[in-house]
Design a protein around this ligand. Structure first.
Ligand code: DC
Length: 444
Protein backbone atom coordinates (compact mmCIF):
# COMPACT_ATOMS: atom_id res chain seq x y z
CA UNK A 1 0.00 0.00 0.00
CA UNK A 2 1.12 3.54 -0.69
CA UNK A 3 0.41 6.35 1.76
CA UNK A 4 1.01 9.78 0.23
CA UNK A 5 1.62 12.66 2.61
CA UNK A 6 1.90 16.06 0.97
CA UNK A 7 2.01 19.62 2.19
CA UNK A 8 4.29 22.62 2.59
CA UNK A 9 7.27 22.68 4.94
CA UNK A 10 6.80 23.30 8.64
CA UNK A 11 3.54 21.37 8.84
CA UNK A 12 5.26 18.53 10.68
CA UNK A 13 5.22 16.43 7.52
CA UNK A 14 8.57 14.69 8.05
CA UNK A 15 8.03 13.91 11.73
CA UNK A 16 4.55 12.58 11.07
CA UNK A 17 5.42 10.61 7.92
CA UNK A 18 8.43 8.98 9.60
CA UNK A 19 6.41 7.97 12.65
CA UNK A 20 3.49 6.62 10.58
CA UNK A 21 5.98 4.51 8.60
CA UNK A 22 7.65 3.27 11.78
CA UNK A 23 4.38 2.33 13.46
CA UNK A 24 3.10 0.46 10.38
CA UNK A 25 6.44 -1.11 9.47
CA UNK A 26 6.37 0.71 6.11
CA UNK A 27 9.35 2.12 4.25
CA UNK A 28 9.65 5.91 4.62
CA UNK A 29 10.60 7.93 1.56
CA UNK A 30 11.34 11.65 1.82
CA UNK A 31 11.09 12.95 -1.75
CA UNK A 32 12.14 16.47 -0.71
CA UNK A 33 15.55 15.02 0.14
CA UNK A 34 16.00 14.11 -3.52
CA UNK A 35 15.35 17.67 -4.72
CA UNK A 36 17.60 18.95 -1.97
CA UNK A 37 20.32 16.48 -2.97
CA UNK A 38 20.18 17.67 -6.56
CA UNK A 39 20.26 21.30 -5.40
CA UNK A 40 23.35 20.50 -3.31
CA UNK A 41 25.04 18.92 -6.32
CA UNK A 42 24.27 21.96 -8.47
CA UNK A 43 25.82 24.20 -5.82
CA UNK A 44 28.92 22.02 -5.71
CA UNK A 45 29.28 22.22 -9.46
CA UNK A 46 28.56 25.96 -9.37
CA UNK A 47 25.63 25.69 -11.74
CA UNK A 48 23.18 28.52 -11.21
CA UNK A 49 19.50 27.62 -10.69
CA UNK A 50 18.72 29.67 -13.79
CA UNK A 51 21.18 27.73 -15.97
CA UNK A 52 18.72 25.26 -17.48
CA UNK A 53 21.21 23.69 -19.87
CA UNK A 54 23.77 23.18 -17.11
CA UNK A 55 21.18 21.54 -14.87
CA UNK A 56 20.02 19.36 -17.73
CA UNK A 57 23.57 18.07 -18.22
CA UNK A 58 24.03 17.64 -14.48
CA UNK A 59 20.95 15.50 -14.02
CA UNK A 60 22.25 12.97 -16.50
CA UNK A 61 25.12 12.13 -14.17
CA UNK A 62 23.23 12.60 -10.94
CA UNK A 63 23.30 9.44 -8.87
CA UNK A 64 21.11 9.38 -5.80
CA UNK A 65 21.11 6.59 -3.28
CA UNK A 66 19.61 5.91 0.12
CA UNK A 67 21.30 3.74 2.71
CA UNK A 68 20.05 2.81 6.15
CA UNK A 69 22.63 2.49 8.92
CA UNK A 70 22.51 0.03 11.84
CA UNK A 71 20.46 2.38 14.00
CA UNK A 72 17.86 2.66 11.26
CA UNK A 73 18.87 6.22 10.28
CA UNK A 74 18.65 7.03 6.59
CA UNK A 75 21.66 8.42 4.74
CA UNK A 76 21.35 10.21 1.42
CA UNK A 77 24.22 9.80 -1.00
CA UNK A 78 24.98 11.84 -4.09
CA UNK A 79 27.52 10.19 -6.35
CA UNK A 80 28.71 8.37 -3.19
CA UNK A 81 29.07 11.50 -1.00
CA UNK A 82 26.96 11.42 2.18
CA UNK A 83 24.88 14.62 2.04
CA UNK A 84 22.33 13.77 4.76
CA UNK A 85 23.11 16.82 6.89
CA UNK A 86 24.52 19.08 4.21
CA UNK A 87 21.14 19.32 2.46
CA UNK A 88 19.28 20.68 5.49
CA UNK A 89 20.66 24.22 5.45
CA UNK A 90 18.50 27.18 4.42
CA UNK A 91 20.51 27.88 1.26
CA UNK A 92 19.65 24.41 -0.02
CA UNK A 93 15.97 24.80 0.98
CA UNK A 94 15.70 27.87 -1.24
CA UNK A 95 17.76 26.38 -4.04
CA UNK A 96 15.76 23.12 -4.11
CA UNK A 97 12.57 25.09 -4.54
CA UNK A 98 14.15 26.86 -7.53
CA UNK A 99 15.51 23.79 -9.31
CA UNK A 100 12.32 21.79 -8.78
CA UNK A 101 10.45 23.91 -11.35
CA UNK A 102 12.16 22.22 -14.29
CA UNK A 103 10.17 19.41 -15.95
CA UNK A 104 13.31 17.35 -16.68
CA UNK A 105 14.32 17.51 -13.01
CA UNK A 106 10.84 16.41 -11.89
CA UNK A 107 10.66 13.63 -14.47
CA UNK A 108 13.97 12.16 -13.30
CA UNK A 109 12.88 12.29 -9.64
CA UNK A 110 9.42 10.87 -10.31
CA UNK A 111 10.93 7.93 -12.17
CA UNK A 112 13.00 6.97 -9.13
CA UNK A 113 10.07 7.51 -6.77
CA UNK A 114 7.75 5.30 -8.80
CA UNK A 115 10.33 2.53 -8.91
CA UNK A 116 10.24 2.51 -5.12
CA UNK A 117 6.46 2.52 -5.04
CA UNK A 118 5.93 -0.60 -7.10
CA UNK A 119 6.40 -3.48 -4.78
CA UNK A 120 6.53 -2.14 -1.26
CA UNK A 121 4.46 -0.66 1.50
CA UNK A 122 5.72 2.89 1.50
CA UNK A 123 4.93 6.24 3.09
CA UNK A 124 5.91 8.90 0.55
CA UNK A 125 6.35 12.43 1.77
CA UNK A 126 6.47 15.35 -0.67
CA UNK A 127 4.53 17.98 -2.57
CA UNK A 128 3.05 16.08 -5.51
CA UNK A 129 2.73 12.51 -4.26
CA UNK A 130 -1.07 12.42 -4.25
CA UNK A 131 -1.56 14.52 -7.38
CA UNK A 132 1.14 13.40 -9.82
CA UNK A 133 3.44 10.63 -8.66
CA UNK A 134 0.93 8.25 -7.06
CA UNK A 135 -2.56 9.42 -8.00
CA UNK A 136 -3.67 5.85 -7.28
CA UNK A 137 -2.39 5.87 -3.67
CA UNK A 138 -5.01 4.37 -1.37
CA UNK A 139 -4.50 6.91 1.37
CA UNK A 140 -3.64 10.53 0.67
CA UNK A 141 -3.09 13.10 3.36
CA UNK A 142 -2.49 16.81 2.89
CA UNK A 143 -1.03 18.61 5.88
CA UNK A 144 -1.34 22.32 6.38
CA UNK A 145 -0.69 24.81 9.21
CA UNK A 146 -0.80 28.57 9.68
CA UNK A 147 2.39 30.20 8.28
CA UNK A 148 3.29 31.75 11.69
CA UNK A 149 3.13 28.33 13.35
CA UNK A 150 5.27 26.83 10.63
CA UNK A 151 7.85 29.62 10.95
CA UNK A 152 8.05 29.09 14.70
CA UNK A 153 8.53 25.33 14.28
CA UNK A 154 11.26 25.87 11.72
CA UNK A 155 12.95 28.43 14.00
CA UNK A 156 13.01 25.98 16.92
CA UNK A 157 14.24 23.18 14.68
CA UNK A 158 17.13 25.33 13.42
CA UNK A 159 18.03 26.40 16.95
CA UNK A 160 18.40 22.76 17.97
CA UNK A 161 20.38 21.87 14.86
CA UNK A 162 22.61 24.94 14.74
CA UNK A 163 22.78 26.44 18.27
CA UNK A 164 25.74 28.66 17.37
CA UNK A 165 23.58 30.46 14.79
CA UNK A 166 21.13 31.58 17.50
CA UNK A 167 22.08 35.24 17.13
CA UNK A 168 21.63 35.31 13.38
CA UNK A 169 18.27 33.51 13.21
CA UNK A 170 15.13 35.60 12.96
CA UNK A 171 11.63 34.22 13.07
CA UNK A 172 10.33 37.03 10.81
CA UNK A 173 13.00 36.25 8.23
CA UNK A 174 12.06 32.55 8.33
CA UNK A 175 8.38 33.43 7.92
CA UNK A 176 9.21 35.53 4.86
CA UNK A 177 11.25 32.69 3.35
CA UNK A 178 8.49 30.18 4.05
CA UNK A 179 5.93 32.40 2.34
CA UNK A 180 8.25 32.93 -0.59
CA UNK A 181 8.87 29.20 -0.94
CA UNK A 182 5.13 28.41 -0.64
CA UNK A 183 4.47 30.88 -3.41
CA UNK A 184 7.12 29.33 -5.67
CA UNK A 185 6.06 25.75 -4.93
CA UNK A 186 2.37 26.37 -5.46
CA UNK A 187 2.57 28.57 -8.55
CA UNK A 188 5.14 26.66 -10.62
CA UNK A 189 3.73 25.45 -13.93
CA UNK A 190 4.45 21.77 -13.50
CA UNK A 191 3.24 19.68 -10.54
CA UNK A 192 2.54 22.62 -8.24
CA UNK A 193 1.97 22.04 -4.55
CA UNK A 194 -1.75 21.34 -4.45
CA UNK A 195 -4.12 19.18 -2.46
CA UNK A 196 -5.42 16.18 -4.45
CA UNK A 197 -9.23 16.07 -4.70
CA UNK A 198 -9.37 12.77 -2.88
CA UNK A 199 -6.86 13.57 -0.14
CA UNK A 200 -7.72 14.26 3.47
CA UNK A 201 -6.81 17.68 4.80
CA UNK A 202 -5.34 17.85 8.30
CA UNK A 203 -4.51 21.21 9.88
CA UNK A 204 -1.65 20.61 12.29
CA UNK A 205 -1.47 24.19 13.70
CA UNK A 206 -2.96 23.29 17.05
CA UNK A 207 -2.16 19.57 17.25
CA UNK A 208 0.79 17.65 18.57
CA UNK A 209 2.62 15.39 16.14
CA UNK A 210 1.38 12.26 18.01
CA UNK A 211 -2.23 13.35 17.54
CA UNK A 212 -1.72 13.75 13.82
CA UNK A 213 -0.01 10.35 13.63
CA UNK A 214 -2.91 8.72 15.49
CA UNK A 215 -5.40 10.32 13.14
CA UNK A 216 -3.52 9.01 10.09
CA UNK A 217 -3.28 5.52 11.60
CA UNK A 218 -7.05 5.60 12.15
CA UNK A 219 -7.58 6.62 8.53
CA UNK A 220 -5.24 3.83 7.44
CA UNK A 221 -7.27 1.25 9.38
CA UNK A 222 -10.48 2.50 7.77
CA UNK A 223 -8.94 2.44 4.30
CA UNK A 224 -7.77 -1.13 4.79
CA UNK A 225 -11.20 -2.18 5.96
CA UNK A 226 -12.90 -0.54 2.97
CA UNK A 227 -10.41 -2.12 0.63
CA UNK A 228 -11.10 -5.57 2.00
CA UNK A 229 -14.84 -5.27 1.66
CA UNK A 230 -14.68 -3.68 -1.77
CA UNK A 231 -12.09 -6.02 -3.26
CA UNK A 232 -14.69 -8.46 -4.56
CA UNK A 233 -18.43 -8.52 -4.13
CA UNK A 234 -20.31 -11.79 -3.55
CA UNK A 235 -21.63 -12.74 -7.00
CA UNK A 236 -18.35 -11.68 -8.67
CA UNK A 237 -16.39 -13.85 -6.29
CA UNK A 238 -18.73 -16.78 -6.93
CA UNK A 239 -18.57 -16.59 -10.74
CA UNK A 240 -14.80 -16.05 -10.70
CA UNK A 241 -14.39 -19.11 -8.47
CA UNK A 242 -16.34 -21.26 -10.94
CA UNK A 243 -14.38 -19.96 -13.93
CA UNK A 244 -11.14 -20.46 -12.08
CA UNK A 245 -12.07 -24.05 -11.33
CA UNK A 246 -13.00 -24.75 -14.96
CA UNK A 247 -9.97 -22.98 -16.42
CA UNK A 248 -7.60 -24.77 -14.08
CA UNK A 249 -9.18 -28.18 -14.52
CA UNK A 250 -9.59 -28.19 -18.30
CA UNK A 251 -6.92 -25.74 -19.40
CA UNK A 252 -4.28 -25.82 -16.62
CA UNK A 253 -4.49 -22.02 -16.37
CA UNK A 254 -1.26 -20.40 -15.12
CA UNK A 255 -0.84 -16.75 -14.24
CA UNK A 256 2.48 -14.88 -14.36
CA UNK A 257 3.55 -11.38 -13.31
CA UNK A 258 1.04 -10.69 -10.52
CA UNK A 259 3.79 -8.57 -8.90
CA UNK A 260 3.02 -5.98 -11.54
CA UNK A 261 -0.51 -5.58 -10.27
CA UNK A 262 -1.09 -2.30 -8.44
CA UNK A 263 -4.08 -0.65 -6.86
CA UNK A 264 -5.97 2.10 -8.62
CA UNK A 265 -7.32 2.89 -12.05
CA UNK A 266 -5.74 1.20 -15.06
CA UNK A 267 -6.53 -0.03 -18.52
CA UNK A 268 -5.67 -3.71 -18.80
CA UNK A 269 -4.62 -3.96 -22.45
CA UNK A 270 -4.64 -7.52 -23.79
CA UNK A 271 -4.39 -9.41 -27.05
CA UNK A 272 -7.74 -10.82 -28.19
CA UNK A 273 -8.29 -14.20 -29.81
CA UNK A 274 -11.26 -15.76 -28.07
CA UNK A 275 -14.49 -15.35 -26.13
CA UNK A 276 -12.53 -16.85 -23.29
CA UNK A 277 -10.24 -13.82 -22.92
CA UNK A 278 -12.37 -11.69 -20.53
CA UNK A 279 -12.99 -14.51 -18.02
CA UNK A 280 -9.35 -15.65 -18.24
CA UNK A 281 -8.14 -12.16 -17.38
CA UNK A 282 -10.80 -11.60 -14.69
CA UNK A 283 -9.84 -14.86 -13.00
CA UNK A 284 -6.14 -14.00 -13.19
CA UNK A 285 -6.49 -10.55 -11.57
CA UNK A 286 -6.18 -10.33 -7.78
CA UNK A 287 -8.92 -7.70 -7.62
CA UNK A 288 -12.22 -6.96 -9.33
CA UNK A 289 -11.96 -5.78 -12.92
CA UNK A 290 -14.48 -4.58 -15.49
CA UNK A 291 -14.96 -5.14 -19.20
CA UNK A 292 -17.35 -4.23 -21.98
CA UNK A 293 -19.57 -6.67 -23.82
CA UNK A 294 -22.07 -6.34 -26.63
CA UNK A 295 -25.55 -5.59 -25.40
CA UNK A 296 -27.34 -8.65 -27.00
CA UNK A 297 -25.11 -10.97 -24.97
CA UNK A 298 -26.80 -9.71 -21.82
CA UNK A 299 -30.12 -11.07 -23.08
CA UNK A 300 -28.83 -14.65 -23.47
CA UNK A 301 -30.35 -16.68 -20.59
CA UNK A 302 -27.88 -17.57 -17.80
CA UNK A 303 -24.92 -16.33 -19.85
CA UNK A 304 -26.23 -12.77 -19.51
CA UNK A 305 -26.38 -13.12 -15.74
CA UNK A 306 -22.87 -14.57 -15.63
CA UNK A 307 -21.25 -11.77 -17.55
CA UNK A 308 -23.17 -9.19 -15.54
CA UNK A 309 -21.82 -10.73 -12.33
CA UNK A 310 -18.33 -10.43 -13.86
CA UNK A 311 -18.71 -6.64 -14.06
CA UNK A 312 -19.28 -6.43 -17.76
CA UNK A 313 -20.95 -3.31 -19.10
CA UNK A 314 -23.27 -3.37 -22.10
CA UNK A 315 -22.44 -1.46 -25.25
CA UNK A 316 -24.91 -1.66 -28.06
CA UNK A 317 -23.56 -2.45 -31.49
CA UNK A 318 -24.87 0.82 -32.86
CA UNK A 319 -24.00 2.91 -29.83
CA UNK A 320 -21.68 5.72 -30.72
CA UNK A 321 -18.04 5.39 -29.75
CA UNK A 322 -18.62 8.42 -27.57
CA UNK A 323 -21.05 6.48 -25.36
CA UNK A 324 -18.67 3.54 -24.92
CA UNK A 325 -15.94 5.98 -24.21
CA UNK A 326 -17.98 7.71 -21.49
CA UNK A 327 -18.65 4.38 -19.74
CA UNK A 328 -14.93 3.64 -19.74
CA UNK A 329 -13.92 7.07 -18.49
CA UNK A 330 -16.43 6.87 -15.64
CA UNK A 331 -15.04 3.51 -14.54
CA UNK A 332 -11.48 4.78 -14.63
CA UNK A 333 -12.38 7.95 -12.78
CA UNK A 334 -13.90 5.76 -10.07
CA UNK A 335 -10.47 4.11 -9.69
CA UNK A 336 -11.47 0.83 -11.42
CA UNK A 337 -9.51 -1.41 -13.75
CA UNK A 338 -10.95 -2.03 -17.19
CA UNK A 339 -10.02 -4.80 -19.60
CA UNK A 340 -9.63 -3.49 -23.13
CA UNK A 341 -8.72 -5.32 -26.31
CA UNK A 342 -6.92 -2.64 -28.28
CA UNK A 343 -6.88 -4.68 -31.50
CA UNK A 344 -10.60 -3.93 -31.69
CA UNK A 345 -11.80 -7.43 -32.56
CA UNK A 346 -10.73 -11.01 -32.07
CA UNK A 347 -7.80 -12.07 -34.20
CA UNK A 348 -8.63 -14.53 -36.99
CA UNK A 349 -5.35 -16.41 -36.87
CA UNK A 350 -4.32 -15.98 -33.24
CA UNK A 351 -1.57 -13.47 -34.11
CA UNK A 352 -1.49 -9.96 -32.63
CA UNK A 353 -3.02 -7.44 -35.04
CA UNK A 354 -2.08 -3.76 -35.18
CA UNK A 355 -3.60 -1.81 -32.29
CA UNK A 356 -6.42 0.61 -33.02
CA UNK A 357 -6.42 4.16 -31.74
CA UNK A 358 -9.16 3.66 -29.12
CA UNK A 359 -6.75 2.64 -26.37
CA UNK A 360 -4.50 5.66 -26.89
CA UNK A 361 -7.47 7.98 -27.00
CA UNK A 362 -8.82 6.60 -23.73
CA UNK A 363 -5.48 6.66 -21.93
CA UNK A 364 -4.79 10.17 -23.17
CA UNK A 365 -8.12 11.39 -21.79
CA UNK A 366 -8.02 9.46 -18.51
CA UNK A 367 -4.28 9.93 -17.97
CA UNK A 368 -4.17 6.49 -16.44
CA UNK A 369 -1.79 3.56 -16.17
CA UNK A 370 -1.76 0.77 -18.77
CA UNK A 371 -1.28 -2.78 -17.58
CA UNK A 372 -0.17 -4.88 -20.58
CA UNK A 373 -1.34 -8.50 -20.67
CA UNK A 374 -0.70 -11.41 -22.98
CA UNK A 375 -3.01 -14.42 -23.01
CA UNK A 376 -1.62 -17.58 -24.56
CA UNK A 377 -3.52 -20.72 -25.52
CA UNK A 378 -7.02 -19.24 -25.68
CA UNK A 379 -6.94 -19.37 -29.48
CA UNK A 380 -6.52 -23.13 -29.52
CA UNK A 381 -9.13 -23.49 -26.79
CA UNK A 382 -11.81 -21.43 -28.56
CA UNK A 383 -10.87 -19.76 -31.82
CA UNK A 384 -12.98 -17.33 -33.78
CA UNK A 385 -15.39 -19.18 -36.05
CA UNK A 386 -15.77 -22.24 -33.78
CA UNK A 387 -19.19 -22.61 -32.24
CA UNK A 388 -17.96 -24.43 -29.16
CA UNK A 389 -14.68 -24.51 -27.22
CA UNK A 390 -12.28 -27.43 -27.30
CA UNK A 391 -12.51 -28.81 -23.74
CA UNK A 392 -8.76 -29.21 -23.11
CA UNK A 393 -5.47 -27.36 -23.67
CA UNK A 394 -3.12 -25.06 -21.82
CA UNK A 395 -3.80 -21.39 -21.10
CA UNK A 396 -1.33 -18.87 -19.71
CA UNK A 397 -1.93 -15.26 -18.72
CA UNK A 398 0.99 -12.88 -18.23
CA UNK A 399 0.90 -9.40 -16.68
CA UNK A 400 3.71 -7.02 -17.68
CA UNK A 401 5.18 -3.96 -15.92
CA UNK A 402 2.69 -1.11 -15.74
CA UNK A 403 3.15 1.68 -18.26
CA UNK A 404 2.70 4.90 -16.31
CA UNK A 405 0.95 7.94 -17.71
CA UNK A 406 4.00 9.98 -16.68
CA UNK A 407 5.87 8.55 -19.70
CA UNK A 408 3.60 10.56 -21.97
CA UNK A 409 3.11 13.67 -19.89
CA UNK A 410 4.01 16.90 -21.64
CA UNK A 411 3.71 15.42 -25.15
CA UNK A 412 1.21 16.90 -27.56
CA UNK A 413 -1.89 14.81 -28.22
CA UNK A 414 -0.79 13.32 -31.55
CA UNK A 415 2.63 12.31 -30.32
CA UNK A 416 1.29 11.00 -27.00
CA UNK A 417 -1.27 8.82 -28.77
CA UNK A 418 1.30 7.40 -31.15
CA UNK A 419 3.67 6.62 -28.29
CA UNK A 420 0.92 5.04 -26.15
CA UNK A 421 -0.03 2.73 -29.00
CA UNK A 422 3.54 1.76 -29.88
CA UNK A 423 4.59 1.32 -26.27
CA UNK A 424 1.59 -0.92 -25.47
CA UNK A 425 2.05 -2.97 -28.61
CA UNK A 426 5.71 -3.62 -27.88
CA UNK A 427 4.93 -4.42 -24.24
CA UNK A 428 2.41 -7.10 -25.30
CA UNK A 429 4.87 -8.52 -27.85
CA UNK A 430 7.60 -8.57 -25.15
CA UNK A 431 5.30 -10.66 -22.94
CA UNK A 432 4.68 -13.12 -25.76
CA UNK A 433 8.44 -13.39 -26.37
CA UNK A 434 9.06 -13.88 -22.67
CA UNK A 435 6.65 -16.83 -22.66
CA UNK A 436 8.08 -18.24 -25.89
CA UNK A 437 11.58 -18.04 -24.39
CA UNK A 438 10.69 -20.20 -21.43
CA UNK A 439 9.09 -17.77 -18.94
CA UNK A 440 12.26 -17.20 -16.90
CA UNK A 441 12.22 -14.72 -13.95
CA UNK A 442 9.62 -11.98 -13.73
CA UNK A 443 7.84 -10.96 -16.96
CA UNK A 444 9.09 -7.69 -18.46
O1 DC B 1 10.03 18.96 1.78
P1 DC B 1 11.32 19.75 1.60
O2 DC B 1 11.27 21.08 2.29
O3 DC B 1 12.51 18.94 2.01
O4 DC B 1 11.45 20.02 0.02
C1 DC B 1 12.44 20.85 -0.50
C2 DC B 1 11.97 21.46 -1.82
O5 DC B 1 11.87 20.45 -2.81
C3 DC B 1 10.62 22.13 -1.79
O6 DC B 1 10.72 23.52 -1.65
C4 DC B 1 10.01 21.84 -3.11
C5 DC B 1 10.74 20.67 -3.63
N1 DC B 1 9.92 19.44 -3.63
C6 DC B 1 9.12 19.23 -4.71
O7 DC B 1 9.07 20.08 -5.58
N2 DC B 1 8.41 18.07 -4.83
C7 DC B 1 8.48 17.13 -3.85
N3 DC B 1 7.78 16.00 -4.00
C8 DC B 1 9.27 17.35 -2.73
C9 DC B 1 9.98 18.53 -2.64
Amino acid sequence: MIIAIDGPSGTGKSTVAKEVARRLGFVYFDTGAMYRAFAWKSLQEQIAPTDEEGLRRLIEHFQFDIQTDRSGEKHYLVNDVDVTHKIRVQEISNLSSQISIYPFVRQAMVKIQRRFGHKLNVVFEGRDMGTVVFPEAELKIFLTARPEVRAERRYRELLVKFPDLANTLSQEQILREIEERDYKDSTRAISPLRQANDSILIDTSDSKAEEVVDRILQLYAQTKQNKKSSLMHGSYRFVVAIFRFVLKLFYRLRVYGKVHFRPGAAVIAANHVSYFDPPIISVSCPEEVHFLAREPLFRVPIFGKIIRALNSHPVSRDASDAHTFRVLIQLLQAGQKVILFPEGSRSLDGQLQPLERGLAFLVYKARCTILPVYVDGAYKAWKRGSRLPRPYGRIRCVFGSPIEWGEFEGLDKKEAMERITKRTESAIIALKNWLDNGAVGDPP
